[in-house]
Structures are given as structure tokens and as C-alpha cells.
Write a new protein. Structure first.
Ligand SMILES: [Mn+2]
Length: 355
């Protein structure tokens, strides 16, 4: 039995209690981490679509909307459909007039990842609820938290909430436009059902979502077969930069602002690069360092991945622990950090932090 404590990063409410809380809110704003991925978009949109469906069928007008901090993936539009969303570009002020009764945050609970919304959120923490599956977060953001670190994706607890809101026994009964974003979150956070976080619950939910009518081949094509050539040129730069360190067990790749400029690729086009060197037998840890720019200047974004040595029985490096020492975190096998240092300096710090 886990104890509930309002100050530590653990669950304080069940999904049933979140369902009751949602029903009491007349207007809801749904937020997720900046630069949203499949699980961030999937979890937030499935909730918004479910809440709005209930309001529509009961005669009231739609009342849930999602705000996203750019950049957005190119396929986001297909998932969004007719759901009310707002994308906040870098340095753009947040809409001041909207004052939602409740705020739901999915797939994160850390200030780092919610920075673009911080000024809006801070005076409204008492009306905020978090649904997440990460190992770390800032508990002060919401006293109502459902954190399932055993879930592979945030869409898992969200699917449960959507079913409860609609009075369904199984996700196979969900409308397809709600099943679709859930499937996207589940498939992307598991690396298309191949990461260590896949278990029976993941496959059961995936099966139910397929029964609900999700077309998985068209989702795969939408997510992974619509790249621009600029992404390939950038990928070549990243692979070219690869350095093998730590007795050939770790690979470090860098992508510079100049690489983006030369290849005409956008900041959203580095997805999946960090997974590539893992196909090398000896490589057990991969670091991708991306040079980025925001209103506070240039910084380095770190992505870290690890894999166990299946032949010699060595466990995977806990990259969450490594990222913790660099001010970041995430999951044991997939983590990240935002390092406010120039690329080369950040690279030296990362190599030093690796076991
Ligand atoms: Mn996630």
C-alpha cells in the first residue's frame, strides 16, 4: 500500500476520484508538456473529446479545450480534428481572458516541462489535477494527482477515465475518434510495442482500441512514413557526429543549430535519432545532445536511452538517475534534461555523469 502524501511525488487520488472531479467542472483546460509527443497529445485529446462528447449529448456546449506549447508534430492536426485547441508559440503571451474552472495536466507534472504555462498556472494550482506516469514531478503543482509509474503511457489511466466518464466497461466500446488518440499515445510511448515497458495491460488496451475501430496501419503511416528529406539530412549529421565512449558501451551524438540551418530541418525532426545507435550490439547507453535556442539564449537538450546487455545479463543503466544529476529525469530507460550550457560543455558533463 503506498501512502498518500501531498508533498511527495505519488498518487493522492484514484481515477474514480478524478472522474467525480471532472464531472463537477463546467469549463476545463487541459495542458501537457511542451513540445508534445504522441502520448501528450493522445492523453490530452482523448480527455477533451470525451468531456465534450458528454456535454454535447447532454445538451450543453463543449467545455474542454487543450493548450499546447510549440513545436507541434506535423500529424497533430489529424488527431485534433474539431477539438478546440490553442498552440502557444515561443514567447507568445497566453490568452488572458480565459479562466477555466478546472485544469487537467497529462503526461507530465514538472515545472520544467510546463514552463510556457507557468505564469498562468501559478495562481490556479488549487484547481489543478495531474494524470501522469513519470518517476518525477513537482508535487506542489497539484494536490490531486494520479501517478501510475507502472503505466507505459499516460493514455492508460486516461483510457480508464474516459471509459468511466462514458459508462463503458471496455475501451473496445469507445468512439473511434477517442480510441485513436489513445492508441497513438500507447504505440508511441512503447516504441510501437517493443520497449521494456510493454506488458499484458498494454497489449490488452491495444487490442481493445483496435476493436473500437482504430486503423493501426494508417496511424503508422501517418506517424512514421511522412518524413521530409530534411529529416534524413539531419539524421545523417547526427550519425556522423557519433562518438563511442565508456569502453565502447556508450554513444554520444550531437545536433547543432548549424545542422538545423544547413539541412533546413525543424526542431521537431530529431525524433527517434536517439534510438538508432542502440542497434549496435555493444552500445548500452545513447546520448543525443541537441543545441537549441529560447528566450533565455542557447541551451542543450539531452535525450538518454539505455538497454540491458541481454547476452552477458548486465542490467540497463538507470538513465533517470543519470539525468537527475543533470537537473532532468523521466523513466529508467528513457530520460532527458535541459542543460543550460553550450553544447560542448554539456557533452563533457554528460560523459562524466555516465557510469
Ligand atoms: Mn508519456
Amino acid at each position: 500500500m503506498t501512502k498518500s502524501n501531498s508533498n511527495s511525488w505519488e498518487s493522492t487520488v484514484s481515477t474514480n476520484e478524478i472522474v467525480d472531479w471532472i464531472k463537477q467542472q463546467s469549463t476545463l483546460l487541459i495542458l501537457t508538456h511542451a513540445k508534445p509527443d504522441g502520448d501528450a497529445l493522445g492523453s490530452s485529446l482523448a480527455l477533451a473529446k470525451t468531456i465534450n462528447l458528454i456535454r454535447e449529448t447532454s445538451g450543453a456546449t463543449s467545455a474542454a479545450e487543450c493548450w499546447y506549447a510549440a513545436p507541434m508534430p506535423s500529424w497533430a492536426k489529424t488527431l485534433i480534428g474539431n477539438t478546440k485547441t490553442r498552440t502557444i508559440e515561443d514567447n507568445q503571451p497566453l490568452p488572458g481572458a480565459f479562466d477555466p474552472e478546472g485544469i487537467l495536466i497529462t503526461d507530465t507534472g514538472s515545472w520544467n516541462q510546463l514552463a510556457p504555462f507557468a505564469e498562468f498556472l501559478k495562481p490556479r494550482l488549487d484547481r489543478t489535477t495531474i494524470i501522469d506516469h513519470h518517476l518525477q514531478g513537482d508535487a506542489e503543482i497539484a494536490t490531486r494527482r494520479h501517478i501510475d509509474t507502472t503505466a507505459a503511457a499516460a493514455v492508460q489511466p486516461v483510457a480508464d477515465i474516459c471509459c468511466q466518464l462514458l459508462g463503458l466497461n471496455s475501451a473496445s466500446q469507445l468512439p473511434v475518434d477517442i480510441a485513436l488518440p489513445l492508441y497513438v499515445g500507447l504505440a508511441t510511448d512503447t516504441g510501437w510495442f517493443k520497449h521494456s515497458n510493454v506488458d499484458g495491460r498494454v497489449m490488452t488496451l491495444a487490442g481493445e482500441l483496435l476493436e473500437a475501430g482504430v486503423n493501426h496501419t494508417s496511424i503508422f503511416a501517418m506517424l512514421y512514413q511522412r518524413d521530409r528529406t530534411s529529416r534524413f539530412k539531419l539524421m545523417a549529421r547526427a550519425l556522423e557526429s557519433m562518438e563511442v565512449v565508456k569502453e565502447k558501451n556508450a554513444a554520444v551524438m550531437t545536433v547543432t543549430l548549424q545542422d538545423f540551418k544547413d539541412t533546413k530541418a525543424g526542431p521537431g525532426e530529431t525524433g527517434g535519432f536517439v534510438d538508432l545507435p542502440q542497434s549496435v550490439a555493444a552500445i548500452r547507453v545513447v546520448a543525443l545532445l541537441t543545441e537549441q535556442h529560447d528566450s533565455d539564449g542557447t541551451f542543450t537538450k539531452l535525450s538518454l536511452r539505455s538497454k540491458p546487455d541481454e547476452w552477458e545479463g548486465k542490467p540497463a543503466v538507470d538513465v533517470n538517475a543519470v539525468c537527475n544529476t543533470l537537473g532532468g529525469g523521466g523513466h529508467a530507460r528513457a530520460s532527458g534534461a535541459k542543460i543550460r550550457k553550450p553544447l560542448e560543455e554539456a557533452k563533457a558533463m554528460v560523459i562524466a555523469a555516465l557510469p
